[in-house]
Design a protein. Structure first.
Length: 92
C-alpha cells in the first residue's frame, strides 16, 4: 500500500469541506497530519485548478479570506453564494 503524499492528504481534506462551511489553513494542515504546515497548505491550494477541490473554502486563522488562484474577489463571491457570511470587508 502506497502512503499518500501531503498534497494528496490536503486535497482529500479540502474535498470534504461542505458547501457553506470553511476551514482554516491551519485546520487543514492538522487534519492532513502536519499541524505546522499551514503555509504549505496555502502553497498547495494556490496551484490547484481541479474544480472538485473547493480550495476557496479555506481561509486564514484570523478570519481574513487569504489568497485564491482566481483572485480574492472571486473567492468572496463564491463563498457568499454558498451561504457563508463574510464578516470582514477590508484586508481580504
Amino acid at each position: 500500500m502506497t502512503k499518500k503524499t501531503f498534497t494528496e492528504r490536503v486535497f482529500e481534506v479540502v474535498r470534504k469541506i461542505p458547501k457553506g462551511k470553511v476551514l482554516t489553513y491551519k485546520e487543514v494542515a492538522e487534519k492532513a497530519g502536519s499541524p505546522l504546515a499551514s503555509r504549505a497548505v496555502g502553497n498547495i491550494l494556490h496551484t490547484n485548478h481541479d474544480p472538485d477541490i473547493p480550495c476557496h473554502r479555506v481561509i486564514r486563522s484570523d478570519g481574513k479570506l487569504g489568497g485564491y488562484n482566481k483572485g480574492t474577489i472571486k473567492k468572496r463571491k463564491i463563498l457568499e453564494e454558498e451561504g457563508c457570511k463574510i464578516l470582514q470587508r477590508s484586508g481580504l
